[in-house]
Design a protein around this ligand. Structure first.
Ligand code: NAP
Ligand code: F7E
Length: 380
């Protein structure tokens, strides 16, 4: 990896590209298309900086794809999950190009589609926090529902004026089932219980409509909860495993949670992105529920996570009503038999393996945090 010039006198000087946040390196060059690369397929991923975007990009790169990612402007670094796979825009043969854009800004979407000319579009970008969607309902609808419509329309126009074919994956959610009884699958009627879920239902139907009206190859993935060490820290699983690591190292002594009775079908994000890719490789487009078929309560997740670290959760957990939702989704458990039959997909990571993977990762992070604190204290 060659060194590049860094801003004079900046703290970044002398560090390698891989260890530095992407925005710091070549912000203006993100949109430049890569030249002279002969790859089999190209993909555009919205939400590339999120949990799923990072795993999907790793998968696509491993399959030889040229990957274009839409990254939104942020005043702080938002590319931590993909720093390890990013390469300097001045290097020949790079396979990952980032573009500034936003799902609320159709001009940026149009420009990126025209520049990237993707064969496949994975629309993973969203305001994805259910509780936050009650506080930001209008923004959530703008990004999660209208954002999908904007992107679909750009793809439709691009196909019409270039004659190219573009396949489209929409990140639908089990939240769309909401109050519907488990097990839920592609035939289960939606009963959304949050502004987030309503927006995802709108996106689902926009996709169905564009598929039927214009014959586009569009797949709706209806994914049940999937987690990983890269999961955002305010989702309940990561909030728990992070607390376990920090409690183990004495960095935290209490964990405040909301409803412990809710049941979710939790899988591993690394397994689920394979299903997304498989959907777009079929001869016919369709909609697929992706799930493990097993559900556990938040309380059961707590028990499992704390016991991985030899701790009793009851000693540390307190309930704060602030984390309750105005309308809750009580019980999600998926039936992914269509995905198994048509895509030959099945989850490869068990609930216990997932919890252990997350606890171990967060324990290592807490250990690093402890060492860093000790080093700082020693230097003063
Ligand atoms: P995530 O970690 O919250 O990532 C969301 C991504 O969307 C981030 O890259 C975020 O950018 C980006 N984003 C947010 N608002 C945007 C906007 N206005 N324009 C462009 N990009 C925007 O979510 P995830 O867990 O990876 O989930 C991926 C997708 O699957 C989401 O659509 C989510 O709703 C859906 N989904 C997730 C699950 C699950 O259990 N994980 C289940 C079903 C469906 P920043 O990094 O800048 O914030
Ligand atoms: O909540 C309860 C909470 O925020 C799970 C998103 O990826 O999956 C995710 O949505 C459950 C809920 O995920 C806390 O009330 C208790 O019943 O981790 P979560 P979610 O709402 O299921 C779906 C499939 C998506 O599509 C979404 O994008 O846990 N809970 N105490 C809590 N939840 C949080 N966040 N924080 C708590 O303290």
């Amino acid at each position: 990896m060659k060194q590049v010039d860094s801003p004079a006198g900046s703290a970044a000087a002398g560090r390698s590209i891989k260890s530095r946040p992407l925005n710091e390196i070549f912000p203006a060059a993100w949109g430049l298309p890569s030249r002279g690369i002969n790859l089999s397929k190209s993909a555009l991923v919205t939400g590339i900086t999120g949990q799923d975007g990072s795993y999907l990009t790793e998968l696509l790169l491993s399959k030889g794809y040229m990957v274009h990612g839409l990254v939104r402007r942020s005043s702080s670094f938002n590319t931590g999950r993909i720093n390890h796979i990013y390469s300097d825009p001045h290097e020949l043969g790079r396979h990952l190009v980032l573009h500034f854009g936003d799902l609320t800004d159709s001009t940026s979407l149009r420009r990126i589609i025209e520049d990237a000319m993707p064969d496949e579009v994975y629309n993973l970008g969203a305001q994805s926090h259910v509780k936050v969607s009650f506080e930001l309902p209008e923004y959530t609808a703008d990004a999660d529902a209208l954002g999908t419509l904007r992107l679909l329309d750009c793809v439709r126009d691009h196909m019409a004026h270039t004659g190219r074919t573009v396949r489209f994956y929409q990140a639908g959610s089990s939240e769309m089932f909401g109050a519907a009884k488990p097990p839920q699958n592609e035939e289960t009627p939606f009963y959304p219980r949050s502004p987030y879920a309503v927006s995802k239902v709108a996106s689902h139907w926009y996709c169905v409509n564009y598929r039927e009206a214009y014959g586009l190859f569009i797949c709706n993935g209806i994914l049940f909860n999937h987690e990983s060490p890269r999961r955002g820290e305010t989702f309940v699983t990561r909030k728990i495993t992070r607390a376990v690591g920090r409690i183990k190292y004495g960095l935290q002594d209490k964990l405040y949670l909301g409803n412990l009775a809710a049941k979710r079908d939790w899988g591993f994000a690394g397994d689920y992105v394979k299903a997304m890719w498989l959907m777009l490789q079929q001869t016919e487009p369709g909609d697929f529920a992706v799930a493990t078929g097993e559900a556990y309560s938040v309380r059961e997740f707590l028990e499992e996570a704390f016991s991985c670290a030899g701790l009793e959760w009851e000693k540390y957990v307190a309930i704060d009503p602030m984390y309750f939702r105005p309308t809750e989704v009580d019980f999600l458990c998926g039936d992914a038999s269509k995905a198994r039959r048509v895509l030959n997909w099945k989850p490869e990571t068990s609930f216990k393996e997932l919890v252990r993977m997350m606890v171990e990762s967060d324990t290592r992070k807490a250990q690093a945090e402890t060492l860093q604190k000790a080093a700082l204290a020693g230097s003063h």
